[in-house]
Design a binder for this molecule. Sequence first.
Ligand code: T46
Length: 378
Amino acid sequence: MILELRYGKLRYISFIIVDQICLYIANLVSYIIYVRHSQVPYNFSEHIPVFLIMLAVDVEVTLIFNTLQRVMRRRIRYELRETLIHIVCSFLLLSFILFTTKQGADYSRVVVSFAYAYDFILLVLVHIFWRSFLRKLGKKNERPTALLMSSDAFVEEGLQELEKSQVDVKCILLLLNLEIKEISGVPVVSDIDEAAAIICWERLDHVNIYGIDRRTVPEALTIACAEMKIRIEMVDFKYRILNVKTIRNKDAKYGSLTFLEGKRDIPFSIRRVYWITETEANLQRGFHAHKQNCQLLFCPHGVIDINLDDGEEKTTVTLDEPGKGLMLMPGLWRDMVWKQSGSVLCVLASEYYDEGEYIRNYDEFLAYYKKRVNWIQR
Ligand code: T46
């Protein structure tokens, strides 16, 4: 609620006011119809205290149950659900208050019940009208706008990629945010609800996920985006060379220290670490692809060539220093060539060892690649 208030500012409050007007009209209509069709005397001055309590209850329910959450973007199913929650909670709370106060004896249950029924219909219709009015009123960016979700290691690159595609990044959601407030002038958030509130009230066009394993995208974000009909776009890359942070001592005899930090540098959860040692020069290993496994390869000692093939293009990355990492996404055929004896290959992997997740036949890999491309292009 605080987030909606903070990001929705006046627009959120305008919905509260609109809701109050709806409640007033619903009460009036209900009262007029009741007086016409009923023989029982009940006048509007008797109804005013009840109506005032209804107004107060309406605001309270809105704030306590946050029933205006994502109101600017929500789809009709969600709109109906939230409005129903709002009406039922208001009705129960009002019944409880009237039951325990002096007004309890004097009011007409029929007027109140029908008022809430009319209010339900009015709220749904008016919310649809009011948000399309506000959308028209607010000036829309020429370029599409997005929230970028990434990790520390790839966020700058993600920003550049989106800039190239003429997308304005309005907000960044980091996989692990240690108090970073902004990156390249773009505000950074760490909380999914906060991200959803920004997507809603800033009317962002989509969410871009850059360089992180798609399974690390939180379910809450996926649900919020589905509710707001916002596309989550995976900006997939196949591989990336990383500069791993290295601290070199001024005095060479102390050597150098290189380190990687989970989530900050490695955009997947590490399930397995392995290394290959005691190797001869010209050793070749690999010749397989992974269906699921994301990996970070590095060579802390020696020189190793990593030959990559994505089904269309082939390329070679040489790991020749401890501070150079190679991040591999699934679906890449690779083989490794040891250029010096004794070179060490270290791998951080996102999956436990599972032979069923390997593709070890090249023709099978090409067939898998074609299927994957067709699936992505659908
Ligand atoms: C990769 C490159 C860089 C296990 O039992 N557990 C493990 O975690 C691993 C990695 C392997 N194994 C067994 C499976 C095979 O019977 O060890 C044997 C050798 O494995 P493989 O032929 O896959 O090794 P490489 O060097 O060709 O490939 C390995 C990794 O498997 C692979 O994921 O990317 O290193």
